[in-house]
Design a binder for this molecule. Structure first.
Ligand code: 4AD
Ligand code: MG
Length: 431
């Protein structure tokens, strides 16, 4: 027997086909039995008519329960009521395994219950759509970078030093070598990669021991760090904008069904594929104050400020040129104002917050050393990083995209926890 997948149903109309998958839902009344069948590629309504398939097969089909695994044979036809959709006239069912009562039912469940049953919740339509969207976004990011001369360069996860400050480090004892840390970002290693390959990126899990319980924070999330030699601040932002707009277009092209399930307004996404706005950090603070925020010059944004900043903007906003005190040690000083650094944050519209953090990097040995000393960093442990400024230093820039933040925005869902198969948060490590 050859099997087909639900997505290929339109190519097999009026032929007998077999499908392998699961029962999303089942109901029967009198001589009719309806199965909403799913196989990972799509859902399909399957209908059995007792006089047609006979009592024995009908009774077998009636034994199926929600989430039982099953092989169904039948003939695909255009759906009787829904235009452009299909249904299957069942000829035979072969139960593979009958599920006992499925814990996730039709009634509303709270988020705690669903998260504790994440291993099962993943099968729900919305979760299916999010998993597929994640897949598409992941590969769209890689496509764009590959097309623009970036090489994949895998940075380590076990590291001897911090990339983004020491307050959010997960520590562990590393044999006889002292403490090791789970990477917060592969950036520092990517800076070594550009000296060999020119343009590089990594894409993998990073870790932040953040005690923040918000809808935007995970303790384990996926970051794509990109780094490029000879690229300066302005071009760095152009690459970021090109990347995000490419991702949006790809999702609109390839994820129509997923965005529909997620009830995402596609026009809103289309509108975001236009030139992004720019503001300096100074201008952003002035703007926020004019809109009633209490924020003062020199400070970082809170979630409410990010929302206010992008209110009414269809496109993401770059906030650039930040006060050096509130940004990382590796950012290059603004040649026009030594109190500022050439960093940029990209803030998504509709209150979805920061999706990218990037900067031109300090490429001068002495300036970088001074900055690290001022911050009382253990210079010896970062000697390898300083070496990049000693042996053939070049102007260079890079940025990091938070994959789950990007998915949250593109899908339009409320909480970041649904964008990753198994979210790790302050109060959640199971399953
Ligand atoms: O702004 P961040 O901290 O930048 C860096 O780590 C740089 N070293 C990246 C680089 O230049 N290569 O983090 C980058 C992005 C943020 O803009 C945000 O989208 C995401 O990572 N992010 C988080 N996502 C989920 N949960 C958290 N706790 C996150 N913290 C940062
Ligand atoms: Mg940041």
């Amino acid at each position: 027997m050859t099997y087909i997948q639900v997505k290929d149903i339109p190519n097999h109309l009026d032929q007998t086909v077999s499908l392998r998958g699961w029962v999303r839902n089942i109901r029967h009344s009198g001589k009719l039995l309806f199965i909403i069948f799913r196989d990972g590629t799509a859902d399909l309504q399957c209908v059995a008519f007792r006089p047609e398939i006979g009592d024995e097969k009908f009774e077998l089909a009636r034994k199926l329960t929600i989430e039982s695994s099953v092989i169904i044979t039948g003939i695909p036809k255009p759906h009787q009521k829904l235009e452009g959709q299909y249904e299957l006239a069942i000829q035979d069912v072969q139960p593979v395994q009958i599920s006992p009562e499925y814990p996730i039912g039709k009634k509303e469940h709270g988020p705690d219950f669903l998260l504790s049953n994440r291993h099962l919740w993943l099968r729900a339509p919305k979760q299916w759509a999010l998993l597929r969207l994640r897949h598409t976004i992941y590969y769209a990011i890689c496509d764009y970078l590959n097309q623009n001369g970036f090489f994949r360069f895998d940075s380590p996860i076990l590291t001897p030093n911090a990339c983004e400050g020491t307050t959010t480090l997960f520590e562990l004892e590393y044999f006889d070598e002292g403490m090791a840390y789970l990477s917060q970002s592969g950036q520092l290693y990517l800076e070594t990669g550009i000296m060999s390959l020119g343009r590089v990126y990594d894409f993998g899990p990073v870790f932040r021991a953040e005690r923040s319980k918000t809808r935007k924070h995970l303790t384990e999330f996926w970051m794509m760090d990109a780094e490029a030699a000879w690229v300066e601040h302005e071009e760095n932002m152009q690459i970021q904008e090109g990347l995000i707009r490419y991702v949006i277009r790809t999702c609109l092209e390839r994820c129509d069904a997923e965005l529909t399930i997620l009830e995402r307004d596609k026009e809103v996404l289309k509108a975001a594929d236009a030139p992004f706005k720019r503001m300096t950090h100074y201008e952003a603070i002035e703007y926020l104050r004019s809109k009633g925020s209490q924020i003062t010059q020199g400070s970082d944004f809170g979630a409410a400020d990010e929302t206010l900043l992008t209110e009414g903007s269809p496109v993401p906003i770059f906030v650039e040129k930040w006060p050096k005190e509130i940004k990382s040690f590796y950012m290059k000083r603004d040649p026009e104002n030594p109190n500022l650094v050439l960093g940029d944050d990209l803030i998504a519209p509709e209150g979805f917050g920061e999706i990218i953090g990037g900067s031109q990097r300090e490429d001068d040995y002495d300036l970088l050393l001074k900055r690290m000393q001022d911050e009382k960093m253990p210079i010896e442990e970062y000697q390898w990083f300083l070496d990049m400024r000693k042996y053939g230093s070049v102007p260079h820039s890079g940025f990091g995209v938070g994959l789950e933040r990007l998915i949250t925005w593109i899908s339009g869902i409320h909480h970041i926890r649904e964008t990753i198969p198994f979210p790790r948060m302050l109060y959640r490590i199971y399953p």
